[in-house]
Design a protein around this ligand. Structure first.
Ligand SMILES: Nc1nc2c(c(=O)[nH]1)N[C@H]1C(S)=C(S)[C@@H](COP(=O)(O)OP(=O)(O)OC[C@H]3O[C@@H](n4cnc5c(=O)[nH]c(N)nc54)[C@H](O)[C@@H]3O)O[C@H]1N2
Ligand SMILES: Nc1nc2c(c(=O)[nH]1)N[C@H]1C(S)=C(S)[C@@H](COP(=O)(O)OP(=O)(O)OC[C@H]3O[C@@H](n4cnc5c(=O)[nH]c(N)nc54)[C@H](O)[C@@H]3O)O[C@H]1N2
Ligand SMILES: [Mo]
Length: 656
C-alpha cells in the first residue's frame, strides 16, 4: 500500500507530521511520521479516524443551492459556473448599491495551512469588503504577553523536560498537547513536581501530583499573590530583575494588596495553598508554566496574562534550561503570511467587525454599513461563536446572501443560500507551521479531490476572476505560493529550505537562553501601569460558566466521525458536588442553564471535581441551544478577544 507524507491541518499546537496510507482510491490509515522528532509515530484518536471523515457519505461533493427555508437543510446541486455567476452577480449588485463593506467574510481555523487559511484575507481586501477582526481564540493572552514580553517566544515543548516544577496552568494536556504527556512523565520520574491549576479536574490531573481548583477569572489575583509571597520570602531574583526587567520596584510596592489572605475571596483558595504553591515555584531550580488559553477568555484575560508572565521574570527562571513558560508564543511565524494576506491592500477606513460580535453585527448593532452578504469559509459560526441565538437570527435573515464553503452540512451551512464543496488536507497542497513549536512542512495532495471539491485558494481565484480583480496575485498557483513562502523565510537555512520543499518536516530548536524581544530588550512589569487584577465581566447570576475543550473532538470539527462523537458522548455540564446537592441534583439528572441570552438543557455530570460556583461545558455540540447560546459577545480587556469563559448562568433542575 502506498504511504504518503502529510501533516495535520487542524487548529492545534501539536502540528503532527503524518503518514497516510492509501489503496490508490481511498485513504486507509493515518499514523505519525517518525521524521518529526516531537510528534513521532503517535497521533491522536481524531486523526486516526480521518479515513472515516474523508470518505464519509455526508460529504458535500458539488456546489448546492438552497431549496427550502433557511436552516431547513434542503439543497439542490448546481455547477461551479452557476455558483460563481450567482455569487459574483449578487455581489456586483450589492457593491453598486451599498458599497463593498456590506460584504462580510467570516473565517477562522478549519485549516491551518499557510495558503488556504490566509488567502481569503487577501481576496476580501482586494474586494474592499468589511474587515473581520479574528480574535476568537487566544488574542487576549497574546496581547497580555505582548505588553510584558513584546515579541519574545517561549520554550519549545521538549525543553519542559528540563524543568523540576511544572505548573499546568489552564491547560488540558491529554486533549490539546498530547505529546507533552510523555515529557511530563519523564520529568516527574526525574523528580519534577507537576501541579494543575484549573477550574475543574480536567484529564491533565492524571499527569499531575496535585490539582489546585481556582475560581474562573481569578488567575491574575493568584499570580499576584504568588509574587507577593515570593517577594516576602526573598525568593525573587533581584539581580535578574534589575538587569532584565523594568518596573519591578513599582510593581513590588503594590504587592501588599495581594497577600494570599487578601485574594482568598477572589480565588477561593486557602492562603496556605497559595503560599505552598508560591514556595514550591520559587524554590525550584527551573520552574516552568505550561500556559493554556482558557483563563484568558475573560474580561480580565489580558491583565491576568501580564500577571502570570511576571512570575518567571521574578524568579529569573528564563536563565535556567527548562525555566520560563511554554504555550504562549512558542513559535515565531516561520513564514511571512503577508504574501497571501496582502496587508498592502488593507485600508484603515474600512469597517471592522469583531468575529465575536457576529450576532450583533448581523442585527446592525455597532456597525455603520449593514451586512447584506456573508461568506463563511473554514469556520462554523453557528456553533462556535458567542451569542448563538443572535447568530442564528442573523443567519436566518432572508435578505442576507450567505455563501458557505464547507465539507459537510454544518449548522452554519444549513443557513446558506449557496454551499461550495471544500476539501480535507489530504486533497490539497499547502504549507503548515504549527504554533506550538518551530516546525514547517510542505504537503502535497495524497488523493485528488472527490467530485467537484475545490480548495479555498482555487475558489478565491475563480471569484477574483469573476469579480474582475486584476491583481496578478490571484492567477498564481498554490505550489508557487508555498515555494515563495519557504524561499523568503528568514528562519530557514538554504539546506533547510531544500528539505522543506522536498516534503520533509523540519523542526528547529528554540534558542537558549531565549532572547527578550522588546524595543529595549527588557521585560516590562509596569507598562503602562503596574500589573493588577480587576473583576471579569461577571453578571448577576449565581454560577460561572466555563467552556473547555473535549478530548475526542476539536471545536466543532470531527462531528462527522461517529466513532469520535460516540467516544465523546452526549452534551453535558460538570458541576461541583456540593453545589449539585444544594440544587437537589444527582449525577445524570437534567439541568437547565439560563441567562438573559438563552437557555440550554442537558444532563449534569458530577464525576470530576469542579471549583465551587462553576459549571464546565466540554466540547462544541451541533444544534441550537448549545453552550454558546449563553456566552456574551463581550470582549476582553486587551486584544479585543473572546470572553467565552466569562459568563454567568442560573442553574436549576429540569422539571419532569
Ligand atoms: N482535543 C482537542 N484538541 C484541541 C482543541 C479541542 O477542542 N479539542 N482545541 C484546539 C484549539 S482551537 C486551541 S485554542 C488549543 C488550546 O485550547 P485551550 O482552550 O487553550 O485549551 P487548553 O489550554 O488545553 O485548556 C483550557 C483549560 O482552561 C480551563 N479554564 C477555563 N477558564 C479558566 C480560568 O478562569 N482559570 C483557569 N485556571 N483555568 C480555566 C478549562 O477548564 C480547560 O481545562 O487546543 C486545540 N486542540
Ligand atoms: N463553546 C465553545 N465555543 C468555542 C470553543 C470551545 O471550546 N467551546 N473554542 C473556541 C476556539 S479556541 C476556537 S479556535 C474556535 C474555532 O472555531 P472554527 O475555526 O470555526 O473551528 P471549527 O469548529 O473546527 O470549524 C471549522 C470548519 O472548517 C471546515 N473546514 C476545514 N478545512 C477546510 C478547508 O480547507 N476549507 C473550507 N472551506 N472549510 C474547511 C470544517 O469542516 C469545519 O466545519 O471556536 C471557539 N468557540
Ligand atoms: Mo482556539
Amino acid at each position: 500500500m502506498p504511504t504518503h507524507r502529510s501533516a495535520c491541518p487542524y487548529d492545534c499546537p501539536e502540528g503532527c507530521s503524518l503518514l497516510v496510507e492509501t489503496d490508490g482510491a481511498r485513504i486507509t490509515a493515518v499514523t505519525g511520521d517518525p521524521a518529526n522528532p516531537y510528534t513521532g509515530g503517535w497521533v491522536c484518536a481524531k486523526l486516526r479516524a480521518l479515513p472515516q471523515a474523508v470518505h464519509s457519505p455526508e460529504r458535500i461533493l458539488t456546489p448546492l443551492r438552497r431549496a427550502g427555508r433557511k436552516g431547513e437543510g434542503r439543497f439542490v446541486p448546481i455547477s461551479w459556473t452557476e455558483a460563481v455567476e450567482e455569487i459574483s452577480g449578487r455581489w456586483k449588485e450589492l457593491i453598486a448599491r451599498y458599497g463593498a463593506e456590506c460584504i462580510l467574510p467570516y473565517s477562522y481555523a478549519g485549516t491551518m495551512g499557510a495558503v488556504h487559511r490566509n488567502c481569503g484575507e487577501g481576496f476580501f481586501r482586494a474586494l474592499g469588503a468589511s474587515e473581520l477582526v479574528r480574535t476568537l481564540c487566544s488574542s487576549g493572552k497574546s496581547a497580555g504577553w505582548q505588553r510584558v514580553m513584546g515579541d519574545s517566544c517561549d520554550l519549545a515543548p521538549w525543553d519542559v523536560a528540563y524543568s523540576d516544577c511544572i505548573l499546568l496552568w489552564s491547560t488540558n494536556v491529554p486533549a490539546t498537547r498530547a505529546h507533552l504527556a510523555p515529557i511530563l512523565r519523564r520529568a516527574r520520574a526525574k523528580g519534577a513536581r507537576v501541579l494543575l491549576i484549573d477550574v475543574y479536574e480536567n484529564p491533565s490531573a492524571a499527569l499531575a501530583d496535585e490539582t489546585i481548583l481556582v475560581r474562573p477569572g481569578s488567575d491574575g489575583a493568584l499570580a499576584l499573590s504568588m509574587l507577593q509571597v515570593l517577594a516576602e520570602a526573598g525568593l525573587t531574583d533581584e539581580g535578574y530583575l534589575a538587569a532584565h526587567t523594568t518596573g519591578w520596584q513599582a510593581l513590588k510596592t503594590t504587592l501588599d494588596r495581594w497577600t494570599p489572605e487578601a485574594t482568598q475571596s477572589i480565588t477561593g483558595l486557602a492562603p496556605e495553598t497559595v503560599r505552598a504553591l508560591a514556595l514550591t515555584y520559587g524554590r525550584a531550580q527551573a520552574p516552568c508554566i505550561v500556559l493554556g488559553s482558557g483563563f484568558s477568555r475573560s474580561g480580565n484575560g489580558g491583565e491576568a496574562t501580564r500577571a502570570i508572565a511576571a512570575l518567571p521574570a521574578a524568579v529569573g527562571a528564563w536563565t535556567r534550561r527548562g525555566g520560563g513558560t511554554y504555550g504562549v508564543c512558542s513559535a515565531p511565524s516561520l513564514v511571512d503570511k503577508g504574501l497571501v494576506k496582502l496587508p498592502r491592500l488593507a485600508r484603515p477606513d474600512i469597517q471592522r467587525v469583531n468575529i465575536n460580535r457576529l450576532g450583533p453585527a448581523l442585527a446592525g448593532e455597532g456597525i455603520k454599513v449593514p451586512i447584506r452578504s456573508l461568506y463563511v469559509y473554514h469556520a462554523n459560526p453557528a456553533a462556535v461563536t458567542s451569542d448563538q441565538n443572535a447568530v442564528l437570527r442573523g443567519l436566518a435573515r432572508e435578505d442576507l446572501f450567505t455563501v458557505v464553503h464547507e465539507r459537510y452540512l454544518t449548522d452554519t451551512a444549513r443557513y446558506a443560500d449557496l454551499i461550495l464543496p471544500a476539501p480535507y488536507m489530504v486533497e490539497t497542497e499547502d504549507l503548515y507551521t504549527p504554533y506550538g513549536y518551530r516546525q514547517i512542512q510542505y504537503v502535497r495532495p495524497v488523493l485528488p479531490p472527490p467530485g467537484e471539491v475545490k480548495g479555498n485558494w482555487q475558489v478565491f481565484a475563480l471569484l477574483a476572476r469573476a469579480m474582475g480583480l486584476e491583481d496578478a496575485h490571484f492567477q498564481r498557483g498554490v505550489g508557487e505560493l508555498c515555494r515563495e513562502l519557504v524561499e523568503n523565510s528568514r528562519w530557514l537555512t538554504e539546506e533547510e529550505k531544500g528539505r522543506v520543499l522536498a516534503g520533509e518536516p523540519v523542526v528547529l530548536e528554540a534558542p537558549f537562553p531565549l532572547p527578550v524581544e522588546t524595543a529595549d530588550g527588557k521585560i516590562h512589569l509596569t507598562d503602562p501601569a503596574p500589573i493588577t487584577w480587576y473583576p471579569p465581566h461577571g453578571g448577576p447570576e449565581p454560577f460561572q460558566l466555563v467552556c473547555a475543550p473535549a478530548v475526542h473532538t476539536l471545536n466543532s470539527s470531527f462531528q462527522e466521525c461517529d466513532t469520535l462523537t460516540g467516544l465523546r458522548g452526549q452534551m453535558q455540564v460538570r458541576l461541583n458536588g456540593t453545589d449539585a446537592r444544594a440544587l437537589g441534583l444527582s449525577h445524570g439528572d437534567r439541568v437547565v442553564l439560563s441567562n438573559e441570552l438563552g437557555e440550554m438543557t442537558c444532563p449534569a455530570a458530577l464525576d470530576r471535581k469542579v471549583a465551587p460556583g462553576t459549571v464546565v461545558a466540554e466540547g462544541v455540540y451541533p444544534g441550537a441551544n448549545t453552550v454558546n447560546c449563553l456566552t456574551h459577545p463581550r470582549l476582553s480587556d486587551l486584544g479585543e478577544a473572546t470572553t467565552l469563559n466569562d459568563n454567568r448562568v442560573w442553574v436549576r433542575p429540569e422539571k419532569i
